[in-house]
Ligand binder design. Structure first.
Ligand code: PEP
Ligand code: MN
Length: 263
């Protein structure tokens, strides 16, 4: 169902008026994790000033260590909804439990399925059974074929509003947190009719690489870019090393626009 052979024309996923897949590029920013109303609202305000309306933030955080911050759960979803209503934004947030999907769709605009859950087939089926856009991230060690099959699981249940997101894969290379598989973008665009985004934060894990990675993503045909922004990354409860502060975000976005790669 996701194959370009079945449907030659691009799928456009409408996120409160942002039509991802329309040939223009769309940008998703926001903190790694929702920590407080003030924290999310501060980032939302900075985005709003730039005319950006796709806000991310995790309420359920799949952390490597069980002793790390696990997210605010439904309280986090409520904060996202409040900010989205006040700033007229569309909210993207990861859901990790199939049983939470029905509840979560009252609070969020896009269900994110994270890298660690790309082959959680019950979660894919649950997301496929509701009428809500899904942002599906590539698994940490997933081949492109496995990634496409994960999207197929969602679409097979009836939900075709899917955005694919390349977020780096695990390789032997340690200079970056993951290895950004940039060629996955045109391959996914050729093989499927779905929009493709690139998460430059989790793929590189390095602030100094966010801008060049974003430029590469746009140059190679991505429909959008995702990056993490936090009012004060040094005290962030997750991914403190790689989130941009508001000044860095301003510079990042300004330089991206100045690159002439943004349509
Ligand atoms: C995230 O986007 O918050 C996240 C945890 O990313 P990933 O699933 O790609 O690691
Ligand atoms: Mn993160």
């Amino acid at each position: 169902l996701v194959s370009r052979k079945k449907k030659p024309e691009n799928t456009i996923v409408n996120l409160k008026g942002e039509t991802v897949g329309d040939g223009k590029q769309h940008f998703v920013f926001g903190p790694c994790a929702v920590e407080s109303y003030e924290q999310v609202a501060t980032v939302a305000k900075a985005m709003k000033e730039k005319g950006l309306k796709l806000l991310r933030g995790g309420a359920y955080k799949p952390r490597t260590s069980p002793y790390d911050f696990q997210g605010l759960g439904v309280e986090g979803l409520k904060i996202l909804k409040r900010v989205a209503d006040e700033y007229d934004m569309a909210v993207i947030s990861e859901i990790v439990n199939p049983a939470d999907i029905e509840m979560a769709i009252d609070y969020i605009d896009v269900i994110q399925i994270g890298a660690r859950n790309m082959q959680n087939f019950e979660l894919l089926k649950a997301a496929g059974a509701v009428n809500k856009p899904v942002l599906l991230k590539r698994g940490i060690a997933a081949t492109i074929e496995e990634f496409i099959n994960a999207a197929e699981y969602i679409m097979a249940q009836g939900n075709g509003q899917i955005i694919l997101c390349e977020r780096g894969i695990r390789t032997y290379e340690r200079a970056t947190r993951n290895t950004l598989d940039i060629s996955a973008v045109p391959i996914l665009k050729q093989e499927t009719h779905l929009p493709v985004m690139v998460d430059v934060t989790h793929s590189t894990g390095r602030r100094d690489l966010l801008l060049p990675a974003a430029k590469a993503a746009l140059a190679i045909g991505a429909d959008g870019v995702m990056a993490e922004v936090h009012p004060d990354p040094a005290v962030a409860l997750s991914d403190a090393q790689q989130q941009m502060n508001l000044d860095q975000f301003n510079t990042f976005y300004k330089e991206l626009l100045a690159s002439n790669l943004v349509r």
